[in-house]
Design a protein around this ligand. Structure first.
Ligand SMILES: Nc1nc2c(c(=O)[nH]1)N=C([C@H](O)[C@H](O)COP(=O)(O)OP(=O)(O)OP(=O)(O)O)CN2
Length: 277
């Protein structure tokens, strides 16, 4: 018998890519289980399936940086409970030092929905009863009819995992001018923010013509990230979605002073903030 749970949860994370560098991403997770029926005539109780895999994905992928451990772009070392790594992509080089818990090493040459699903199914199969003979996982991006952008960031004041300096999202945005959706502005913003690191000015500890280094101490430890300047967009505030919506709206207002600008900024899927000015 085959049991499925579509869109069991979604995961928000960043990953290292050989061409794009640091990429913020959001995927929906579908699960499938092949197995014999138990004494309750079930392959496995839906409640158990959902709770088990949601918790496991929260611990393993959500708000983490996924690193393909077999990639030639990667070099890394573990120092006690910290990981230090360097990533040489076609777009430039990035270095990072973070608590080990902020990283998941995926045993693959590249991060793709398929490689991560394959790795996760291997790891998570043992969480199911022996009567389950096969676990299938599929990751898919949300179907977005308009434009979207991929961003990474870290919220040093967050008391949960959003404090990690390189986690991210794939998000859409709705921009209206005087009550009418302006798809051209949405396109422009999403092009500007494709594969961007949105950094907070006060977290910059050094900067030269080509590189920016961010560092902060948060509850989980010290986070340090050095990136090519052209991967970054710097704001004066924290990078919560509330501040992002406000920043985008105010920037567009400066260029369109006679108009009312409304920005509905998403953080991942189905949530975000609205700012009107
Ligand atoms: N009001 C806000 N709350 C939170 C923000 C924010 O910008 N404004 N941001 C975050 C983090 O950036 C985080 O990445 C959000 O992801 P999310 O998946 O929603 O995190 P949760 O753990 O809260 O939700 P789960 O569905 O359990 O993963 C956090 N909060």
């Amino acid at each position: 018998m085959y049991l499925f749970v579509d869109q069991l949860t979604n995961v928000d994370f960043s990953y290292l890519d050989p061409k794009r560098g640091l990429v913020g991403e959001t995927w929906l997770a579908d699960f499938g289980l092949q197995g014999a029926l138990d004494q309750n005539s079930m392959v496995c109780d839906f409640g158990v399936v959902k709770k088990t895999f949601r918790q496991w994905l929260d611990l393993t992928l959500d708000h983490k940086l996924l690193v393909p451990s077999q990639s030639p772009c990667l070099s890394y070392q573990l120092n006690d409970t910290y990981i230090e790594l360097s990533w040489k992509s076609q777009r430039g080089e990035m270095t990072l030092s973070v608590p080990e818990s902020a990283i998941t090493l995926i045993d693959a040459a590249e991060i793709t929905p398929q490689s991560v699903a394959h790795w996760c199914a291997d790891q998570a199969k043992k969480l199911m009863p022996n009567s389950v003979s096969q676990l299938d996982i599929e990751f898919n991006p949300e179907v977005i009819s308009g434009y979207s952008y991929h961003y990474s960031h870290g919220l040093k004041k967050h008391d949960g995992n959003c404090q990690r300096i390189a986690h991210g999202h794939r998000s859409t945005i709705n921009i209206s001018k005087n009550g009418i959706r302006d798809f051209d502005l949405e396109r422009q913003w999403c092009q500007r923010w494709s594969d961007i690191y949105v950094g907070t000015k006060e977290d910059i500890i050094s900067e030269n013509d080509s590189q920016i280094q961010f560092s902060y101490q948060a509850e989980q430890g010290k986070f340090t990230l050095q990136l090519p300047k052209h991967w970054c967009y710097i704001v004066d505030t924290d990078t919560t979605v509330e501040q992002i919506a406000k920043h985008i709206a105010c920037t567009l207002k400066q260029q369109n002073q006679q108009d009312e600008i409304k920005v509905k900024a998403f953080e991942g899927i189905g949530k975000g903030a609205i700012y009107i000015c």
